[in-house]
Ligand binder design. Structure first.
Ligand code: ADP
Ligand code: MG
Ligand code: MG
Length: 244
């Protein structure tokens, strides 16, 4: 589970995340939504231990700053919005990076690491691409390989920064459904940021609306995606889910 209290992140002297409280229960999927520049990515990176912050971040009940590198890698895995794709790297080798915080000499991975990665590639339906160079895959296929690297880490908590932002609507739904299946099958705790709201509400158990670094609303999708909230915080018009 994730517990953040009074989370603050300062970048270049500006308070980008300004006192955020956030809870994700074990096995739950929470979405952080909000307009561009709201501080979603920054908050996510702080929670993942990738940026200095003040306040409290606890993962499975333990303050993140007490977790050593390897322990942290076994607890929480982050997929950035646009992960760097090392040129020429094969899918299998990329996914193997998830097995260790250190890059092993390729081709000398242990049988256990190889088996774990193959299982993950299988479950994400990308095992047939194992020998392909990452840059030759389609957007949706590549997103699944990014997830594979994170899952290969073996962490119970997944942080996903706009996992669907590079995809068309059909692939967005596919990836969100996949994440939900993985959450259910592996008991993962998921915190994901989303900019596009057209399909987000169908998947999130709970949402946190971030605006200018603070929580403007939190609750179920129906409670958060109100016309009032969206008009106030999004410059463009966003469709509101119809009540039924
Ligand atoms: P979001 O993910 O919600 O779009 P971000 O967390 O990426 O928002 O950014 C929030 C704000 O922080 C933006 O105004 C952005 O320009 C600013 N910001 C991001 N990185 C830095 C940085 N390294 N230094 C200063 N400001 C930054
Ligand atoms: Mg952004
Ligand atoms: Mg962002």
């Amino acid at each position: 589970m994730i517990r953040a209290r009074d989370l603050r992140v300062r970048l270049d002297g500006n308070l980008i995340v300004d006192g955020v409280d956030l809870d994700v229960a074990s096995g739950e999927w929470v979405m952080v939504i909000g307009p561009n520049g709201a501080g979603k990515s920054t908050a996510l990176r702080a929670i993942g231990g990738l940026l200095p912050f003040t306040g409290v971040v606890e993962l499975d009940g333990r303050p993140i700053d007490t977790l050593h590198r390897r322990e942290r890698a076994k607890t929480i895995a982050t997929v950035n919005q646009t992960p760097t794709v090392p040129p020429g790297m094969r899918v299998l080798d990329y996914a193997l990076l998830g097995r260790t915080p250190y890059i092993p000499p390729l081709g000398r991975e242990s049988a256990a690491d190889l088996a774990a990665v193959e299982e993950v590639l299988e479950s994400l339906d990308v095992a047939r691409f194992a020998g392909r160079r990452l840059e030759t895959l389609s957007g949706g296929e590549r997103q699944r390989v990014f997830l594979a690297r994170a899952l290969a880490q073996g962490a119970g908590i997944l942080l996903l920064d706009e996992p669907t932002s590079a995809l068309d609507i059909g692939h967005q739904q596919e990836v969100l459904e996949l994440i939900d299946r993985l959450r259910a099958e592996r008991g993962l705790t998921v915190l994901a940021t989303m900019h596009d709201l057209s399909v987000a509400g169908e998947y999130a158990e709970r949402m946190v609306l971030l605006a200018e670094g603070v929580v403007a609303a939190a609750g179920t999708a129906r409670e958060v995606l109100t016309e009032e909230n969206l008009a106030k915080h999004y410059r463009v018009r966003v469709r509101v889910i119809d009540g039924e």
